[in-house]
Design a protein around this ligand. Structure first.
Ligand SMILES: *Cc1c(COP(=O)(O)O)cnc(C)c1O
Length: 441
């Protein structure tokens, strides 16, 4: 792209494109990155400059960008069949994917329902759970309230928004969201979280439909990490009190936390598991909501009992074919074993960062590291953005969550790129801390 072409592109963008999670007047004053190509853990902009991708593009491209096998799988499926619906008919990629995906799941999860993004994977789970209770032999219409955790993030659609407890994302819509009770998070205090869940279930289980949780890491809420012990309690308690357990592995699945699914670390089987993001290797919008036999059985019988849900692109063959190839690449390239080495380097880097005055709660789990700058802040803080600018100037893309600086690179990021990424995070954080110190005098 010539400099003129690039300028024209940016001018047209500012005129016509409305960007997600982006305040557009500030955006229009700045100069956006124009990404033209990507390969492995690197993005290439319109000037030909390379950036190490520190967040795998919103946590999706876990096998790196444009993995040649995924690109080939996409092209070869496109030549055969680009789309047919899954309503009452079927195609090979969906069948193959459901079998391969269920094989990865905790025992007892048996039936894969496909949608096209993480929010709809959660939305489908919400509706599945509600309809499940209304279709019991003694219908339980009153079991319609959901439990979620403080600091939770589950997506963008209205049902998913209701489950969220990130104030900045939720507050504009609070007048129209369904009732959800947000319980103390184990990321803040494990014992308190367990006792609060127990108390809530003891008192109100007859009106509660399901508990929805992000296992081990609450992602968009600020990369808050917690012990698998909570998941064990959550499973035991929900079972005891007759409440469904929905585990949202949209971010944590596909090896991010060290195991293929985060809930494996607690050896639990939820009633429903939601997956997206890494599922299609950051190539296409694709998602799955995987249910137990007991859930599935409740939808058998006359036509009115069918699960009343289905997006136009549910189970799209292109996405399904790529998702099948993703699973094969995990096996053939032993991606989880490679992730162990990367996890160790991230952990060491976070330990070094923890030493800096001004850095709080430096933490890591699997191929995910995070730290807080300052003690308060939240999503609207600009401290993380100052680190973003400092890192970008050094060729690293590091989108923050307010005052939380984190890295979630591809699980197979080349080790030399990872070392460069970690060194850049460390110097960029230091630069911003020094600026703060000199301002304070
Ligand atoms: C990203 C995310 C979602 C939403 O997925 P989209 O594909 O962005 O709709 C839901 N749950 C969790 C835990 C996520 O991290």
């Amino acid at each position: 792209m010539t400099p003129e072409e690039r300028s024209l592109l940016i001018a047209k963008d500012k005129q016509n494109v409305w960007h997600p999670y982006t305040e557009m007047s500030a955006y229009r004053r700045g100069t956006p990155l124009v990404i033209e190509r990507a390969h492995g853990a690197r993005l290439v902009d319109a000037n030909g400059r390379e950036y190490i991708d520190g967040n795998a593009q919103w946590w999706t491209s876990l096998l790196g960008h444009n993995h040649p096998r995924l690109v080939r799988a996409l092209c070869s499926q496109a030549e055969k069949l680009c789309h047919t619906s899954l309503a009452g008919i079927t195609h090979a990629p969906a069948v193959e994917l459901s079998e391969a995906l269920i094989r990865t799941c905790p025992d007892g999860l048996k039936h894969a329902f496909f949608t096209d993004n993480g929010s709809t994977a959660v939305e489908a789970a919400i509706k599945m759970a509600i309809q499940f209770w209304t279709q019991q032999s003694a219908p339980r219409h009153n079991k319609s309230r959901f439990l979620a955790l403080e600091g939770a993030f589950h997506g963008e659609t209205l049902g998913a928004t209701a489950l969220c407890d990130v104030g900045a994302f939720r507050s504009p819509f609070s007048a129209v969201t369904m009732p959800v009770t947000h319980l103390p998070s184990p990321a803040a205090d494990l014992d308190l979280a367990v006792s609060a869940l127990k108390a809530e279930l003891e008192a109100h289980a007859d009106t509660i439909c399901a508990l929805v949780i992000e296992p081990l890491i609450q992602g968009a809420g600020g990369m808050q990490m917690y012990s698998p012990e909570y998941l064990v309690h959550a499973r035991q308690l929900t079972e005891k009190y007759g409440v469904l357990l929905i585990v949202d592995e949209v971010f944590t699945g596909y090896g991010r936390t060290g195991t293929f699914w985060a809930c494996e670390q607690a050896r639990i089987t939820p009633d429903i598991l939601c997956s997206a993001k890494g599922l299609s290797g950051g190539m296409l919008p694709f998602a799955a909501t995987i249910a137990s036999e007991r859930l599935f059985e409740a939808f058998m019988g006359d036509r009115s009992r069918a699960f009343l849900y289905g997006h136009t692109y549910c189970g799209n063959p292109l996405g399904a074919a790529v998702a099948c190839e993703v699973l094969r690449v995990y096996e053939d390239e032993d991606v989880l074993a490679g992730a162990v080495i990367r996890a160790k380097l991230i952990k060491q880097s976070m330990a070094r960062l923890a030493e800096l005055p001004g850095v709080y709660a430096a933490r890591s789990l699997g191929v995910c590291g995070a730290l807080n700058l300052g003690e308060g802040g939240g999503y609207l803080s600009d401290l993380g953005w100052r680190v973003y600018e400092a890192a970008l100037a050094q060729g690293v893309y590091l989108r923050p969550l307010g005052n939380v600086v984190y890295l979630t690179p591809a699980l197979n990021i080349p080790l030399t790129d990872l070392e460069l990424l970690l060194a850049t995070v460390e110097t960029s954080v230091q630069v911003v801390l020094d600026e703060l110190k000199s301002v304070r005098g």
